[in-house]
Design a protein around this ligand. Structure first.
Ligand code: 4AD
Length: 565
């Protein structure tokens, strides 16, 4: 029997502590755990005391602790053994699975390749109802897609294949489920599955209420599992606007919401094209590389164009104006670029600008046109079932805007903001002449809760080309359309159409008119009262789908600090 020493003040509990008088343990529990019953234990509580035999109660505690630790260790060892056995079994199964080769039964009829979303019985044949019913009209089909989900149930493997926004549930059974490829099937694997389409049994759900009972499959290209698995890189519940998700936007886009947003974006653009065509407005495509500014020098991206200073366009407006005499009313859907130096929820460096220019109109015509085009476009978008379902899903409280929109003069908005105590960026009451900042505008729009046509902004805070109001020349015939949740989605105005007035505006703004000779000529050769507007596609989409930021509304967003991927 040895004596084991414990010094509760100076001792050390380490695996190699000897427990001698000169190298004591710190705790009785640890000493007992390592040295067991057949020893004598001496303890000192303070450095200046003598070592004394351990108290009975303390010994009891140490024994209990040691027993508890022993049991824990045993359980952990058992678990580890079990896991090792399972792992070995899995490896053996996987090894064996490598030898399982499947082949397409040549006796079966040739499969017809169909799109995942195809529902036409002339293409896909009849859905089989059950094993017992005759397979009349049922044909063999083959679908291609990427793996969205894999689930094992009993001896069956359910694979949901995805093609774009469309899904098909496939059911693998028998030998197919034992293959190495199916045992290691990872999300995003591209594959082809062949079999018969069955109705989904009553009470169960699957896309389009059908499932493909596979008799054969072929892997087109595998995707990795483990650490490199798709969902480890871009988690399903990750915020698509988070910088880590934007870094991997090429993968994030494969998730349902970002893909749906892009789909609705396409529907939205299509709706604008249709709505403009209905009004006989012609689409044109102005240049992106320009040598004039439209919306002020502070947000211009400049570049060297074969030795000449040039810019990426901020707006196609000036070019649209030049098209009025040749084509009548015109519109375009083009990129605009703004070197915005702030990071907000609604500012991008590159955005898709929907702009229109209308000839021989007055300001009221412009406002009515805006109401019409927005309402018509929303109706057209809602006619698309996928887009309508997406709005319902992501923006359940969405309400179609009703005409007429609320019309509010800028000066009344200033009064409204003062009454509500909403301050300007300096923290003081708004005064006439203030640029209503994003936060204040958003508060106002959210509180009013419906689209607003905010009109008649002061000359000083608007662009050089805007027509002044005859009744009050301090203000312009200008309009911003404000939407709840986003704020400004449209900026428009009547344009100065008198040559002298335009030249005075250049002078006022300190702009050299030389580069604008083509815009000036517009006022020389049969000038007309005209006006137009620009609408931010991403902002409208953010409003429609209740997106937190316009960054989610872009395929690959560009904003300060991001130009990749
Ligand atoms: O109000 P803005 O600057 O007006 C113009 O560019 C006019 N020349 C358009 C015209 O009359 N043809 O911009 C128009 C709209 C804004 O209401 C907003 O929706 C969007 O373009 N927009 C932006 N969207 C995202 N990021 C930015 N940095 C944006 N700047 C403007």
């Amino acid at each position: 029997m040895a004596v084991i020493y414990i010094d509760e003040e100076k001792g050390i509990d380490a695996p190699d502590t000897q427990g001698s008088e000169t190298a004591p343990f710190k705790s009785l529990a640890q000493a007992y755990l390592l040295h067991g019953a057949d020893n004598e234990y001496k303890v000192k509580k303070k450095d200046d005391e003598e070592f004394k035999p351990a108290a009975k109660a303390a010994m009891k505690k140490a024994v209990a602790y040691s027993e508890q630790q022993r049991k824990k260790k045993e359980a952990a060892a058992k678990r580890a053994d079990k896991e090792a056995a399972e792992q070995a079994a899995l490896e053996a199964t996987l090894e064996a699975a490598k030898n399982i080769k499947i082949s397409e039964d040549p006796a079966l009829p040739k499969a017809v390749k169909i799109n995942i979303q195809e529902t036409d019985p002339k293409v896909i044949g009849q859905l089989r109802k059950s094993k017992d019913e005759p397979a009349e009209g049922v044909i063999r089909v083959c679908v291609q897609g990427r793996v969205q989900r894999v689930a094992k149930q009993g001896g069956l493997v359910f694979v949901v294949l995805r093609r774009g926004l469309h899904y098909m549930q496939c059911l693998l059974s028998g030998e197919l489920t034992k293959t190495y490829d199916v045992l290691t099937l990872a999300r995003e694997t591209a594959m082809e599955i062949t079999g018969e389409l069955w109705e989904v049994p009553a009470g169960l759900r699957a896309p389009l209420n059908r499932e493909l009972h596979a008799d054969y499959f072929r892997i087109v290209a595998k995707a990795p599992g483990g650490d490199d698995a798709f969902t480890n890189r871009v988690p399903e519940d990750g915020d698509p606007a988070h910088s880590s998700m934007l870094d991997l936007r090429h993968l994030t886009l494969r998730h349902e919401k970002p893909a749906t947003v892009m789909f609705v974006r396409d529907v939205l653009e299509g709706a604008f094209n249709k709505a403009y065509r209905e009004l006989d407005i012609t689409k044109v495509s102005p240049p992106a590389l320009v040598q004039t500014q439209v919306e002020g020098g502070s947000t211009l991206f400049s570049f060297d164009y074969y030795g000449e200073a040039s810019y990426l366009t901020q707006s196609s407006q000036l070019y649209l104006e030049t098209c009025l005499p040749s084509l009548g009313d015109v519109y375009c859907i083009e990129k605009s670029f703004r070197a915005e130096k702030s990071l907000t929820r609604r500012h991008l460096s590159e955005y898709t600008h929907i702009e229109a220019e209308l000839d021989f109109i007055n300001f009221d015509d412009l406002l009515s046109h805006l109401e019409h085009i927005i309402c018509r476009v929303i109706d057209l978008v809602l006619e698309n079932p996928t887009a309508a379902a997406a709005i319902e899903k992501y923006h359940p409280e969405f309400k179609k805007p009703q005409r007429p929109f609320m019309r509010m003069r800028y000066s009344d908005a200033i009064d409204w903001l003062r009454e509500k105590g909403i301050k300007n960026t300096e923290g003081t009451d708004h005064v006439f002449g203030d640029d209503i900042a994003e936060a204040a505008e958003r508060k106002m729009t959210d509180e009013i809760g419906r689209p607003i046509l905010l009109t008649h902004f002061p000359v000083e805070i608007k662009a050089f080309y805007m027509q002044k109001e005859e009744a009050d020349p301090r203000v312009t015939e200008s309009v911003d359309v404000l939407m709840p949740g986003v704020g400004e989605v449209v900026g428009g105005s009547m344009r100065i159409w008198d040559l002298e007035e335009l030249m005075a505006a250049y002078k006022r703004e300190g702009i050299d008119p030389a580069a604008y000779f083509w815009y000036v000529d517009q006022r020389k050769y049969g000038s007309t009262p005209h006006g137009g507007y620009g609408l931010g596609t991403e902002r409208l989409l953010a409003w429609l789908l209740k997106l937190w930021t316009v960054r989610e509304a872009c395929l690959y967003p560009r904003f300060m600090g991001r130009c990749t991927p």
